[in-house]
Design a protein around this ligand. Sequence first.
Ligand code: URP
Ligand code: ZN
Length: 467
Amino acid sequence: MRTLIHGGTIVADGRSRSGDVLIAGETIAAVGKAVAVPAAVDRVMDATGCVVFPGGIDPHVHLGLETPQGTCGDDFASGSAAALAGGTTTLIDFVTPRRGASLLDALAARKDAARKSLCDYGLHMSVTAWSDRVLPELEACCRHEGIGSVKAYLAYKETIGLEDREFLTLLDAARALKFLTLVHAEAGDMVAYLQKQLLAAGKTAAAFHPLSRPPEVEGDAVARALLMARLAGVPLYVVHVSTRQGLDAVAAARQAGQAAIAETCPQYLVLDESLYAAGGDAGAAAVMSPPLRSGEHREALWQALASGLAQTVASDHCPFDLEDKRRHAGDDFTRIANGIGGIEYRLGLLYTFGVRTGRITLERFVDLVATRPAKLFGLYPRKGAIRAGSDADLVVWDPGRKWTVRAAGQWQRCDHTPYEGLELQGAPRFVLSRGAAVFAAGRLDAAAGRGRYLDRSPLRGNDGRCG
Ligand code: URP
Ligand code: ZN
């Protein structure tokens, strides 16, 4: 099957040019002007007036995540459908072994759950406690199981968070096994202390959630995590940076020559902390960690995206229905299910509020949502590029298409969205995943299970992880 994407502006690898993309089977065969005459191919897709860029890569999603507050709404089938509809053709989810459990068993279970994905996917391992079995299991993950990145939590100390000495041991393992370490950087002991104080003072409502996780608590954890990474001599990827303080810590580390990578998310760029004060469902629905912030932090994040200080935008997709959000909204904010859905809106939000406002260029947008995640997580140039030999994961993006976010019409499985009613401009006309037109004219054409697990093993000569 030969497909020609004809007449668009191709944006990839930091530059824009008009031209065509020729696809043969699952991969890109040629890129440029006059690469094929339309009559000589099986299918022509009209990209006139559109931007053609590599399929989005969302490096931070939670599908079917089980928490004490319930299981998040999307599984790998519905979540990957929402990803494709929004222009994301690859996602990376997490394995989160229970403390003391085998990493390899947890990975096998997660691979099973992920098999129904409609799009290609990878998995980050998480280390939730250190023991003698962790290092050999991590080595097996990195050598034989396609794992190239491992996450640690400095928050959630009671369940999955690491103590500093454990985190340092993990960083040593990263140096030996060449995986990239991700860190959820909020200072867990301070959060627990503040939560206890607030609850004891009768401040139990969702409105108090942000007070238990102030910006300084993120800034402190990012700085300490980066200091530990410097001592261990390894790069560090900080997930969902939400504050000026967090960014300042990343900037200081980078100025000192450290490989420090900051990820942020659309919710921290677009939504405001005033949702908590509004109370009711809006407040509970907006409970996530870290919490939403004020305009000062949003402005710092936009500047960081424009300057290159922040290098990726991920969704941290983790939706819960209102029932799960409401259950403890009045009596104990620490027990409200954490997270929101956003895998479907990541590109539309960043395009509308970033590119259309002139805060970031189109080339930077593509780097943030596709190319940089591919490079960081061992997928480039198979993904994140438009070149001969790359997977034909492509978005034909209509920059003029106006639409309104409505939970009622969303692909992601959740009964609400904090973006309800937002007017966006820019949406996929077509989405291709390994050459297949999986989304066109608002309709999805992709079977559950067609997604492939992506081997990102750093110990198998996979060297695409340049920062
Ligand atoms: O509140 C959030 N972000 N929920 C998802 C899990 C996590 O901590 O990333
Ligand atoms: Zn997350």
